[in-house]
Write a protein of this length. Sequence first.
Length: 117
Amino acid sequence: MKNYKILFLKSHCLILSKSYINPFNEIEKIEKELRNKNYQGLIYMDQLISNGLANNRFIQCEFSNGFILRNTCRVLENTSNEIKKTSQSYYLKNEQFIENSVLNNTQKFLYKHGKIT
């Protein structure tokens, strides 16, 4: 089982963690999957399951010539509502990931009820 999910959106892709294992730990698998799709462009990583609601939850990187350009990776301070809503929609359809996340019970409740994104 993969510990991440890649969603291909209009102008970028979103990588969502599915376990406490950080997506960066599987970067070679992610790169291979993106290469197989001939993807080029921005990628966003939502590390909610592994990092919780910490300020380093969302990361943005460039993917070019088959590789994630590590020197372009940065923590997003102001993540777009589109990315947050796409992420939340996925997690609400797959609540088992929320239940097995690093979020405490209060955060899980608030997230599942749309009070925090």
